[in-house]
Ligand binder design. Structure first.
Ligand SMILES: *Cc1c(COP(=O)(O)O)cnc(C)c1O
Length: 380
């Protein structure tokens, strides 16, 4: 048995890590017959061609390291987006790349004693600042905390639309000099889509790097990929998880200026994307029609369910994603969470003040939506 000395192992952990509140992922419970609408997974399986490609790759090759730069996947992505493979880096999910972008572009926060005059302090603080709107993806503050960066939060409008530049200038606690700004577009958990023209104005006004996190772009009517290929400070984050039914494989990517991409490549693990993931993602890109048909189904189910819930008295925000944010009537939203769970339907509730009156409901199949609408009616 390992003998511990009298020192508590807690003292061996960096204070920053001891204090850290880790990201809380949605539950993955094993309950038979559960309708799982809590983590924005796609209700449709990957294309049969993707499943076949993965199965065919499960052989003696598993002993080999995968391609360290996901070369052939990047070539296919470059063709899809009309750019060069050097404009793209692939990650173990886009979450990995979000974390790398903090490590790549943001300094650590120092305490004021390190700094000898005020201008220096402001400059240093800007270079150590991770900025994002609230509410948005709740991973960003955790990534900033892990790094020891400063966080700058600025609230979206109450309807989760994005404040214009003038509003941001007039005291929304926004920093145009932040080293790194994350924008979830379409927004999560709000669901709203943002206009590329508005995003462009924001990106041009920012002195630092802007990551446009487009995890849900395939469910929207526009996306901002062009900005990553035309502005030197913009990266667009995409993932195979949500739209391409591939959460299990963990594949995401960033597109942007070759200098920024090369910098991210310097600090990522050599074999960050596993071989089966690369094969699955490539086969996905060879069968996009299959997925586009699924996007259509999910979008029409989204619109149908939004209408049903509105009739039942829910406040439903317009969504450009594969989930809706719905404010339930009569009882607090967290009571609804429990009541739906009792009926074997799992949705998500966030305690953050801007969204605590809402449930976030992933759009599943049409029959999932029917079950949810019926459960909601029974609950009222
Ligand atoms: C799901 C999600 C991600 C993470 O995607 P992975 O590729 O699975 O890591 C990133 N950003 C947002 C806004 C998401 O909702």
């Amino acid at each position: 048995m390992l003998r511990m000395n009298s020192r508590s192992p807690i003292s061996l952990i960096r204070p920053l890590v001891r204090r850290l509140h880790a990201y809380v992922p949605g539950e993955q419970p094993k309950i038979a017959g559960l309708i799982k609408l809590n983590t924005n997974e796609n209700p449709f399986p990957p294309s049969p061609k993707v499943l076949a490609a993965v199965k065919n790759a499960v052989d003696g090759r598993l002993r080999l390291y995968p391609n360290p730069t996901a070369q052939s996947l990047r070539e296919k992505l470059a063709e899809l987006h009309g750019c060069a493979p050097e404009n793209i880096t692939v990650g173990n999910g886009s979450d990995e790349l979000l974390a790398l972008s903090v490590r790549c572009f943001v300094e650590w926060k120092r305490d004021a004693r390190d700094v000898w005059h005020l201008r220096g302090l402001q400059l240093r603080l800007a270079k150590a600042t991770v900025q994002y709107f609230t509410p948005s993806y709740s991973l960003y503050p955790v990534l900033a905390d892990i790094h020891g960066a400063a966080k700058n939060e600025s609230s979206l409008n109450p309807d989760f639309s994005m404040p214009g530049l003038e509003e941001l200038r007039r005291g929304k606690n926004w920093r145009f000099d932040a080293a790194l700004t994350f924008v979830t577009t379409p927004n999560a958990p709000g669901g709203r889509g943002y206009k590329t023209s508005d995003l462009e104005k924001l990106c041009r006004a920012q002195k630092g790097v802007v990551v446009l996190d487009e995890a849900y772009a395939d469910f929207a009517d526009e996306n901002a990929m062009e900005l990553a290929l035309k502005l030197p400070n913009v990266l667009v984050a995409r993932t195979f998880s949500k739209a391409y039914s591939l959460c299990f494989q963990r594949v995401g990517y960033f597109a942007g200026n070759t200098e920024l991409i090369a910098a991210l490549d310097k600090i990522r693990d050599s074999y960050n994307v596993n071989g089966l993931g690369q094969i699955a993602a490539e086969a996905t890109l060879d069968d996009l029609d299959y997925y586009r048909a699924n996007f259509k189904k999910i979008i029409s189910t989204r619109e149908w369910l939004s209408g049903e819930l509105k009739e039942l008295g829910f406040r439903v925000l317009p969504s450009r994603t594969n989930f809706i944010l719905a404010g339930p009537p009569k009882f607090p939203a967290d009571n609804w969470l429990q009541k739906l769970r009792d009926q074997k339907i799992l949705v998500r509730w966030f305690s953050a003040p801007e969204v605590r009156d809402y449930l976030r409901i992933t759009i599943g199949t049409q029959s999932d939506a029917l079950a949810l609408a019926q459960a909601a009616r029974a609950t009222l």
